[in-house]
Design a protein around this ligand. Structure first.
Ligand SMILES: *Cc1c(COP(=O)(O)O)cnc(C)c1O
Length: 412
């Protein structure tokens, strides 16, 4: 066997058995789940961890001396270390548990309101998720900082030369996604981080859409902040992680006040707890954090190289099949992209196609995908987005293509 085929040897039929939901029928058809960019499905291995938590050791953490509390604390902190190792962070204090990507971004944006002055500049990309636009706009309103946008081209790639023109000594923060959720484009974040650091700007990367496909090494990237959500990578909803370099996390003020995040409290003065607890006010999603650790174990056991190679196969197959349909327009054709296909068919509304393929058991997303500026750029109201995961198959793609063709015939 050649090295190339060896890499792709992923036992999909075996993997599919791990996902109970894939046995479901929708409208009388076996479910085809192609909305992985919105949320991924959960393997039994992660579901078992959730059941085990509530069945056997549910307790609040970091507080009680009793055995259950210690057990829960140990498992939670073990999960933090697993996540640290996965992203190769230098130490576990740099891993802050959050409720998800949106929370992580808001935490950082809010922190920067203490560090920015009027006239400072923030760069964001033209292909951001709303959760990576709105918090910065709010920050600009608060501080008088100016938001500048790195433009993209028709292929759905950032225009690097424009980024080089926009960045200057005034730039304090650069924010962009590692992978665009609307288009699948993989951005050249390493070069962008390096360039941003040459003017001492901090860089926050929204890794929500990259994390299910690419194992980011935060030290190798030299990134200042990296945020992810567990629910896009086989974990539960309502939990995520903010990685931050220690020097930055120490500089930023706490986001929320409450229990867990303090060292001492009197009515005169409160001192804050050390990292990571400074940013973890209140009782966290304990079970979710532990399950996130299990999800990362699950994905690593399959292997991110294999996942990426297999998903690339699905992407190439799906793209070529879709392009056989007349009137097909695919948005986002960057050479470097994950298994996301955003498309429209000439003269048809994406919503109508989405509704009809759902009748045939197929789940895709339609709309603006929380990235309205991207839709405005292409001058469209939205797209149909099929996003694949490692548990999808070419047979499912064939069913999808048939369904799209049928829908098209019904609507034309
Ligand atoms: C899903 C997603 C988010 C938001 O994640 P939440 O889990 O909803 O907080 C942000 N950015 C990108 C690129 C995403 O794909």
């Amino acid at each position: 066997m050649s090295l190339a085929t060896e890499k792709i040897s992923l036992d999909v039929e075996k993997i599919r058995k791990d996902f109970p939901i894939l046995k479901r029928e929708i409208n009388g058809y076996p479910l085809v789940y192609f909305d992985n960019a919105a949320t991924s499905q959960t393997p039994q291995q992660v579901i078992d961890v959730i059941v085990d938590y509530y069945s056997n050791y549910n307790a609040n953490i970091h507080r009680g001396v009793h055995s259950l509390s210690q057990e829960a604390t140990d498992k939670y902190e073990t999960a933090r270390r697993k996540i640290q190792q996965h992203f190769n962070a230098a130490n576990p204090e740099e891993i802050i548990f959050t409720s998800g990507t949106t929370h992580g971004i808001n935490l950082v944006a809010n922190g920067f309101s203490a560090l920015l002055e009027a006239g400072d500049e923030i760069l964001v990309s033209a292909m951001e998720h709303h959760s990576n636009i709105v918090p910065w706009q709010m920050l600009c309103e608060k501080t008088g900082a100016v938001l500048k946008v790195i433009p993209m081209n028709q292929e759905g790639e950032l225009i690097y030369s424009s980024f080089e023109e926009l960045i200057s000594e005034k730039t304090k923060v650069v924010f962009l996604n590692h992978v665009s959720n609307a288009l699948g484009t993989i951005n050249p974040i390493k070069e962008i981080i390096k360039k941003a650091h040459s003017v001492d700007a901090a860089v926050l990367i929204d890794g929500a859409q990259a994390a299910p496909h690419i194992k980011a090494d935060v030290q190798e990237l030299d990134v200042d902040f990296y945020v992810v959500s567990a629910h896009k990578m086989c974990g539960p909803t309502g939990v995520g992680v903010l990685y931050g370099k220690k020097k930055w996390l120490e500089k930023l003020p706490p986001y929320q006040g409450g229990g867990e995040m303090i060292s001492t409290v009197t009515f005169e003065k409160t001192t804050y707890a050390d990292l990571p607890h400074k940013f973890e006010a209140g009782t966290p999603n304990i079970c979710g954090g532990i399950a996130f650790g299990a999800a990362i174990d699950y994905m690593n056991k399959i292997g991110f190289d294999k996942i990426a190679a297999y998903e690339k196969e699905l992407l190439d197959y799906g793209t070529s099949k879709l392009l056989e349909i007349e009137g097909m327009q695919i948005y986002g054709i960057s050479r470097d992209k994950t298994a996301v296909i955003s498309f429209n068919i000439e003269g048809l509304h994406p919503y109508d196609i989405g509704t009809l393929v759902d009748k045939m058991g197929i789940a895709v997303r339609t709309g603006h995908h929380c990235a309205q500026p991207v839709m405005d750029f292409y001058n469209i109201p939205g797209t149909i987005r099929a996003s694949f995961s490692f548990y999808n198959t070419k047979t499912e793609i064939d069913r999808f293509i048939e369904a799209v063709k049928k829908a098209k015939a019904m609507l034309s």
